[in-house]
Design a protein around this ligand. Sequence first.
Ligand SMILES: CC(C)(COP(=O)(O)OP(=O)(O)OC[C@H]1O[C@@H](n2cnc3c(N)ncnc32)[C@H](O)[C@@H]1OP(=O)(O)O)[C@@H](O)C(=O)NCCC(=O)NCCS
Length: 155
Amino acid sequence: MLRTAWVAVECRPAATPEELAAHHAVRHAVFVTDQRVFAESDRDPQDDNPRTLHVVGMVDDVVGGTVRLFPLDGEPGLWQGDRLAVLHEHRLRGLGEPLVRYAVRTAAELGGRRMVAHVQLPNVRFFERLGWHHDGDVEVYAGVPHQPMAIDLQR
Ligand SMILES: CC(C)(COP(=O)(O)OP(=O)(O)OC[C@H]1O[C@@H](n2cnc3c(N)ncnc32)[C@H](O)[C@@H]1OP(=O)(O)O)[C@@H](O)C(=O)NCCC(=O)NCCS
């Protein structure tokens, strides 16, 4: 349990079917209902990859945020993090940052060398503050401009 300046939070993989459902519910609320990045569902084949970790950010035993991570083919030790989402009512209280740190630490512990993410432009500074750097030109993903970013996991 990490006690931030604001709230006590815990980041870990969803441990039960209910927590996995809550993980997906947060993603749906943020990326489908709120941001409308996806029309009906943000689920994709990576959700069925047995190596994918579906992480929940717990705030006082309630799932308030998510992140997802999985290894990519093509480069040894390459991992991707995505679906970082914090429900409106939990934002700016110190949950998003621990979720990113958890994803980075976990990928490193699993042998990762480098982690990549496609970051929505308003969040680039947030990731830079956490040690991420630009990793190519802006790309449009799901109709939204994203900055490719990366972090060295073997620092
Ligand atoms: C981006 C997001 C995950 C941040 O989560 P959060 O829980 O509000 O972030 P935290 O409270 O941990 O913020 C930590 C610090 O980063 C700052 N911060 C938060 N969002 C930021 C942003 N978009 N840009 C710059 N700084 C930001 C906070 O002010 C805080 O700063 P402080 O330590 O000086 O007080 C959240 O706003 C969110 O879910 N947004 C919608 C979904 C989304 O855009 N996902 C990312 C796709 S790339």
